[in-house]
Design a protein around this ligand. Structure first.
Ligand SMILES: Nc1ncnc2c1ncn2[C@@H]1O[C@H](COP(=O)(O)OP(=O)(O)OP(=O)(O)O)[C@@H](O)[C@H]1O
Ligand SMILES: [Mg+2]
Length: 401
């Protein structure tokens, strides 16, 4: 096999390190790949990576050749001692300068710790956020000669690249963690707000029940009891919604009639629409007689979209169009719900599918659209939204059948 030119070899090694980031999330693994690559590139006999945590306690030691555990622990404690002495004497920043590690007297300090038969070594610090945290060591050139200038150069280029890769992984993890914490915070705020409203309702109802009992007015007790009962229903709905949203198992699919299902939902929303003087048009075309679906899930999704549309309508001549059509070419049922209500801003549009995001003044949990999206995706379908502030909104669900 033809040997690659030195430039191609270093390029290939750098590429390998960068590519590794695509499927490895563990900085320790990146470092172990780094030392393997460095050993190949510099034609060394073996190599070591010794890693520290930010408090400079020994974290890990990786050696490319097999050593007994006893030998490894001897070597790591000796190396650790040398590194700590060097850090104490020179400070973190001085230790980061590559020149320091290339000097013969520094090499001499470390050679003894690596055991007998060590002729020459390459040393390079790996810095993270401007701090010394790892040291890479390549031991003995295979040709029995000393390492050359080019070996030194390649070794430090590889260590710098590995530092960037490891730093990127750490930054990505930090970002993920921050986003996760922010999402948990939003969820807790959403639940607390909603539960607080319910408790307020229950406490008002209880207060009225007490008054009714004191005054022996059964009608007051009855009315107040309805308030309490409505609020306990809301708690139970909330818990069911949260369970549905967090549930991992597959929903129950069954044969159902799409036309009947859509007409039934429309019927349910009519009283709310009439109360708000909203005209509701329903058009159902070419739907198959039966589809296999999670009937309850689809029912509640369309009901939520219609209910949101009705909530958004607050002017004269309000209109909601519910259309369902089957397109033979694509094999998709498309259900669209459009309104000429208040519409949404670009900022709102980015957040509406997040659980507990709501702008409803009362009642809304903000789980409606999060669950709707989940139901649609469980059917391998998709949901899209188009909205303009002050003009109206259209949601469109596509379901394969
Ligand atoms: N058609 C629409 N027009 C304007 N805003 C809408 C429309 N649909 C949804 N939204 C906005 O998206 C938010 C989230 O809707 P979602 O259905 O998830 O929750 P909700 O309706 O507030 O409460 P829930 O459905 O849990 O009772 C709504 O509070 C509203 O601000
Ligand atoms: Mg809703």
């Amino acid at each position: 096999m033809r040997k690659r030119s030195p430039e191609k070899r270093i390029l290939k090694s750098l590429l390998d390190i960068s590519n590794f980031t695509n499927f490895v999330e563990n900085p320790g693994l990146i470092l172990s790949l780094l030392i393997e690559k460095c050993v190949l590139l510099t034609e060394a006999e073996w190599g070591v990576i010794i890693s520290y945590d930010s408090a400079l306690s020994l974290d890990d030691i990786q050696v490319t050749k097999v050593l007994s555990d006893k030998k490894k622990s001897e070597m790591s404690s000796l190396l650790d001692k040398k590194i700590k002495t060097l850090v104490d004497a020179r400070g973190y920043n001085a230790v980061l300068t590559e020149d320091l590690w290339m000097k013969d007297d520094t090499k001499k300090i470390f050679k003894g710790s690596l055991g007998k038969g060590v002729r020459d070594i390459l040393l390079c610090p790996i810095e993270k956020k401007g701090r010394f945290l790892d040291i890479a060591i390549a031991v003995n050139k295979k040709s029995k000669a000393d390492f050359k200038k080019i070996d030194q150069k390649n070794f430090s280029i590889m260590c710098r690249e590995a530092a960037i890769v490891v730093e990127n992984i750490n930054l990505f993890k930090e970002k993920l963690n921050t986003e996760r914490m922010a999402a948990i915070g939003q969820t807790i705020a959403g639940i607390s707000h909603y539960v607080k409203n319910i408790l307020q309702g229950i406490s008002t109802g209880s207060y009225l029940i007490n008054i009714g009992i004191k005054e022996k007015e059964i009608s007051t007790v009855k009315e107040a009891w309805e308030v309490v009962s409505k609020n306990t229903d809301r708690i139970s709905d909330l818990v069911m919604d949260m369970l549905y949203y967090s549930r991992e198992k597959k929903p129950k699919m069954q044969d159902c009639e799409p036309k009947a299902l859509i007409e039934d939902v429309a019927q349910l929303i009519r009283p709310k629409a009439e109360k708000k003087n909203i005209k509701l048009n329903v058009s159902v075309k070419n739907l198959p007689s039966y589809i296999c679906a999670n009937e309850k899930g689809i029912h509640r999704s369309i009901l939520n979209l219609l209910s949101n549309a009705a909530d958004a309508c607050d002017k004269k001549n309000s209109l909601i169009n519910l259309k369902a059509v089957f397109a033979q070419e694509t094999g998709l049922i498309k259900i669209s719900i459009s309104d000429n209500g208040k519409g949404m801003s670009k900022e709102d549009l980015k957040r509406i599918f997040q659980p507990f995001y709501t702008k409803a003044k009362r009642e809304g949990t903000g789980l409606g659209l999060a669950i709707t999206k989940k139901v649609v995706e469980e059917h391998n379908g998709s949901i899209k939204v188009d909205s303009e502030l002050g003009k109206g909104t259209t949601f469109e669900i596509s379901l394969p059948c």
